[in-house]
Ligand binder design. Structure first.
Ligand code: NCD
Length: 361
């Protein structure tokens, strides 16, 4: 088993690591009783600074199915964050009480920041509009289970590709697999962010842009629907204008392949009509269950790692050429954080991957 100590970005994963993780997940599915006590005495700390149902519950259920304990919060109001405690201090203390920390926050790069101060593994459960690597594990598991392999797939990504962190992470993870092509279906206001598109181009990933869901449907092996992310819009009027731009109905599936899979990270907010739920191609509720199973495989690895204070990796130490100006980035509030560079480019912030200004240093 190849080991790693954090899962904060998709770039932390390798194909070899995924193969080992998925093999363990398959064994958990086949023999759940064997694993019932495999994390007895371990504790998961669950820090949710932003709303969640599936991700939060599935991590808690995963930990408990392995025999581990869980503590945490699903709303930061009752915590010292509301007294102004820094993320670094909260993490140092939480790590002292737990075996693994899972964190969700509206601030981009928060899990990367947390990993700098934690003696125990950090898992990113979603950092603002940036990334969501364990949803990607969920998505990969669903695809592997439903199709038997992850290759030779035409995937339609539909909806809010700008703010949807699950699609940013899924696109990046698909670099590991052969012959995957994308249909990027969104209004022009909600296209994938530049840093994702630039990486797709530099990796030679195949994609086409479209604004029409119905035109793309006949081509697709997987249709990955997403919610228009109301909480990330600065302009409420723009949200109202775009919120119902795509609604998948049963009728629209007439032209789809009979074995197409319809996926959605959930929650939905009208973009999949309920008459689709009984169609055999609707995979989104099963997908949520696979999320718990692959998180069990992940916790089983992380919870048994020894404590270790992280050091800045040599390739992370070089400061980015300017300060990050992304208002959603963790570096805006937690100004003590060291500057680190992004693997997407030396002119990008190592926390949120957005371009930095060229001014300082
Ligand atoms: C997604 C998320 O939080 O990014 N949900 C999830 O984790 N299952 C998608 C969303 O909120 O639209």
């Amino acid at each position: 088993m190849t080991s790693m100590r954090k899962l904060v970005k998709v770039s932390d994963m390798s194909k070899e690591w995924w193969d080992d993780l998925y093999a363990r997940c398959r064994d958990i599915i086949a023999r759940p009783d064997v694993y019932a006590d495999s994390c007895r005495g371990k504790i998961l700390a669950s820090m949710f600074y932003e709303p969640s149902t599936r991700t939060n519950f599935s991590f808690q259920a995963a930990a408990q199915r392995l025999g581990a304990g869980v503590f945490g919060f699903s709303d930061p109001v009752g915590t010292s964050a509301s007294k102004g405690e820094t993320l670094a201090d909260t993490i140092r203390m939480t790590a002292a009480y737990s075996s693994t920390i899972v964190i969700r926050s509206p601030q981009e790069g928060s899990a990367t920041a947390a990993a700098l101060y934690s003696e125990v593994p950090i898992i990113n459960a979603g950092d603002g509009g940036h990334s969501h690597p364990t949803q990607t594990l969920t998505d990969l598991t669903t695809i592997a289970q439903k199709r038997g392999k992850i290759s030779d797939i035409k995937i339609g990504l539909c909806g809010d590709l700008k703010h949807g962190r699950t699609v940013h992470s899924l696109v990046e993870a698909m670099e590991m697999f052969p012959n995957i092509s994308f249909y990027l279906i969104s209004p022009k206001e909600l296209k994938l962010p530049d840093y994702v598109l630039e990486r797709m181009k530099s990796e030679g990933q195949q994609y086409e842009n479209s604004e029409s869901l119905i035109d793309c449907i006949p081509e697709l092996d997987i249709l990955y629907m997403t919610r228009i992310q109301r909480e990330r819009f600065k302009d409420a009027g723009e949200y109202r204008r775009l919120k119902d731009v795509y609604v998948l109905t049963k009728k629209m599936l007439d032209g789809a392949k009979s074995d197409m899979q319809i996926m959605h990270p959930l929650p939905r907010y009208g973009e999949i009509a309920t008459d689709v739920d009984n169609d055999p191609r609707a995979a989104y509720f099963e997908q949520a269950r696979y999320g718990m199973l692959i998180r069990m495989a992940l916790l089983l690895e992380f919870m048994h790692l020894p404590r270790e204070l992280p050091q800045l990796a040599a390739d992370d130490k070089a400061a980015a050429p300017g300060e990050c100006t992304n208002p959603a980035c963790i570096t805006q509030s937690d100004t003590y954080l060291p500057r680190i560079i992004s693997r997407s480019g030396a002119d990008r912030c190592g926390y949120c991957d957005k371009k930095t200004t060229e001014m300082l240093l």
